[in-house]
Design a protein around this ligand. Sequence first.
Ligand code: ZN
Length: 478
Amino acid sequence: MSATTKIENASWVIAWDGAAESHVYLRDADVVFTGADIDFVGTGYRGTADTVIDGAGLMVMPGLVDIHAHPGDEPKSKGLFEEMGSPMLHNTSLIEYMPLVRGDQEGANAALEFALCELLKSGCTTLCDLSGVREGWLDTLAKSGIRAYAAPMFRSARWYTPNGHELCYEWDEDAGKRSFAAALEVVDAAEAHDCGRLKGMISPAQIDTCTADLLKDSAAAAAERGMPWTVHASQSVVEFREMVRRHGQTPVEWLDGLGLLGPDKIIAHAIFVDHHPWLGWPTMDDLDRLGGAGANIAHCPGNFVRRGILLQDFRAYREAGVTIGLGTDTFPHNMIDEMRWAVTLAKVAAADVHSIGAGDVLDAATVGGARALGRDDIGRLGPGAKADIVLVDLAHPSMLPVRDPLRSLMFSALERPVRDVYVDGVLVVKDGDCLTLDHAAAGARLQEAQARALAGVAERDWAGRSADEAFPLSLELR
Ligand SMILES: [Zn+2]
C-alpha cells in the first residue's frame, strides 16, 4: 500500500477546475496524494493520511513542464553566448559561435546534473531533454527524480560558415540515418527504464539540417510509438531564407505540405513566421497554418531576447489556435524566470499591458506544455493527476507582501521561495535543496568542463580567433 500525504490547510492552492478547464486559486485548502497520484484538492478532506504537512504560510502549485531544453550542452555556454550573434547572419548565434565550443561526455554529464538541480529547485517537474546520445544519460535523468522525455537529436547535415556571412551545410545523409536509428534505441530504452518516469520524444534536430525523408520517417516512427515529435523550425532569419531558397516556401508552409504540423508535434520556436517584421515578407499566412493544424510551439523567450528577437506575439498565436508551451532552451534552467520573460515580452511585443497576464503564462508553463505532450495528467492539481507538486514559502521576503502569490512569484521572487518539490509523489527538493543530485559538485565539474570546451577555439573558428577574441568579456580586464 502506498502512503498518503496530506498538505493541510494550505494558505493558497493553485487548483485545476476541470469543468472550467482553468487554474483557480483556493484558500485554506487541502491537497492529498497517495503514492504517485493526487486524490483530493479542495477544502475539508475527511480521509486519513500517513503524513500531514502543515500548509499554513504555503502556496501549493502544480509542477512546471519544460518542453524544450538542451541541458547537456547549454550550461557550459554561460558567460560566452549571452550577447553573441552574427550580425551578418541576422543575429543568430547558431552558425558561427556554437560550433566553436566543443563539449565532452563528462562535461555533458556535469551540465545535465547542474541543469537538473536548477530545474527542480525552480519548481520544474517535467523536462524534455533534447541532447546527443551518450552513455549514462537516461540513468542521470532517472536519478534526479524528475519526469523526463529523452529526445536524442539527429540530423543529416551540420551548419558552418567559411566567412561569418555565408550559411553552408555539410551533408551526410547516411550519418543522419544512423543517428536516427541510435535515437530510436534510446527512446525505447527510456520508455522501458525501470524508474517509470522516463519517456521518449522523437527529435530531428532542425528543419534545415534534415532531409524531407528523415523528417517524415521520424514522424512515422513517433506516430507508431505514440510519442511526441519535435523539430526546430522558423528559429532564425537565415533558416527562413534558406528554406525559401530551396523550396519557394516558408518553413511552416513546407512542414505543412509534408504533413508535419499537428497536435502531436511541437515546433521550436516558430518565431520567424511570415508575419515577423524582420522578414519583410509579403504574406501573413503561417500563423493560420500553425493554428489550423492545431500545432504546438515551444516558446523559449529568454534565449532569443538576448539577441533582440521577439515572438510576435503570444496572444496572436494563441488566438490563432496554437498551443503554447514553455521551454528554457538555454541557461539558466529556471522555468519561473522563463515565465517572467514570457509575460513581460508578450506585453512588449504587443505594446499592450493587457495583452496577456500571469495566468496565461502559468497555463503555458503547465497545461500548455502537457497538452503539447499529449497529456492531461501533469501540469495541474486535481484528482487523478500525477503528484508533481511545488510548495512555495509565502513568508519568504521575496514574496511579501502576499496579495496575489502567482504574481509575487513571477514578477518578484522567481525561484527563491520554492521550498519543497515532489515528483510522482516523491520529495526531490526539500527546504530549497536538491536531494537527488549535488548542485555544488556539479557546478565545480561544469567549471572544468567549460575550460576544456574552450581549448582549440582558434582552430575551429573561420577567422582563427582565440576564445577571448571570439567571446570578449563584458568589461575590459586590467
Ligand atoms: Zn533548442
